[in-house]
Design a protein around this ligand. Structure first.
Ligand SMILES: C[S@@+](CC[C@H](N)C(=O)[O-])C[C@H]1O[C@@H](n2cnc3c(N)ncnc32)[C@H](O)[C@@H]1O
Length: 270
């Protein structure tokens, strides 16, 4: 059973504004693909594409890239973002992809596969992939870190407080650690040529408000906001004020370095 969240307009707009485009990860995916096959590929499908931040990164490497998502609201935001001419979007569940068997060179799911019906999605990816085609699943851990001058450790204690407050609101379908879902999916993938990568740190310089905005896109924050909007706002403001006071600045536009810890796995269909 898959879970349908991410349907609200405000949430989809926040995705568009705050979610990262992980180009470091797409380079890793392409190196894995190019190890065994020619450098020009036909079709990539980015499943659970949201507002398309990862989808568009694939455009330079493929004749055609299709982002798919079950949420029409997310796909509307992907259209708002704008995209290269070889990218298009389709609404469909991850477990029923509108492609013929063996048609696809690359199937990706970026911070999305934990929401799918895991086994049905793996079977569907296997169906649409051509022999030699690749599957790439990636996500990141909740514990993003901040760097700022000599107060990084104190900032990270405050960030941990933020994550701990959100932990009880994680959806039971994904449990407390999504890494476990990915390692189980990796273990159940029968392709012999596969690799698991547990930590790729991606660093971005963002305004502090961008970091807070990113945490507010987490499904756990969204769940808290639905249950108790006043408490969600109080928590977010409290964390922001503590971070600002530690940094000894008053503007949430002040830039910090955000470190996002990705994990991912890659597999090639025999
Ligand atoms: C956390 S967002 C990730 C979006 C984007 N890939 C990114 O990297 O930011 C997860 C996305 O998966 C979609 N999703 C969840 N379950 C799905 C399913 N069963 N089939 C297709 N899309 C699904 C949601 O609508 C949402 O847009």
């Amino acid at each position: 059973m898959a879970v349908r969240l991410f349907e609200g307009k405000k949430q989809a707009a926040a995705y568009l504004q705050y979610r990262l485009a992980p180009h470091e990860l797409t380079s890793r995916i392409m190196s894995f693909m190019e190890k065994k096959t020619p450098k020009q590929f036909n079709l990539a499908v980015d499943v659970g594409c949201g507002s398309g931040q990862g989808t568009t990164l694939l455009a330079p490497y493929f004749t055609k890239v299709v982002g798919t998502d079950v949420s029409p609201t997310q796909l509307e935001m992907a259209l708002v973002r704008g995209f290269p001419a070889n990218v298009s979007y389709k609404q469909c569940p991850a477990e029923e992809l509108p492609f013929t068997s063996g048609e696809v060179d690359l199937v990706t799911a970026m911070t999305a596969a934990h929401w799918f019906d895991h086994q049905r999605f793996l079977q569907e990816a296997d169906r649409v992939l051509r022999p030699g085609g690749c599957l790439a699943l990636l996500s990141y851990t909740m514990d993003m870190e901040l760097e700022y001058g000599d107060v990084s450790n104190t900032l990270n204690d405050i960030c941990k407080e933020f994550y701990a407050a959100l932990l009880p609101f994680r959806n039971p379908y994904i449990g407390s650690i999504s890494l476990k879902i990915y390692s189980d999916m990796f273990a159940s993938c029968s392709y012999p040529d596969k690799e698991w990568n547990e930590c790729l740190c991606v660093k971005r310089t963002l305004p502090l408000s961008g970091y807070i905005g990113m945490v507010e896109t987490f499904s756990s924050y969204q769940a808290l906001q639905q249950q108790d909007p006043a408490e969600a706002e109080r928590l977010s403001n409290d964390i922001r004020n503590k971070l600002l006071s530690t940094m000894k600045v008053s503007s949430p536009d002040t830039e910090v370095t955000v470190i996002v810890k990705y994990f991912y796995w890659l597999a090639r269909k025999p």
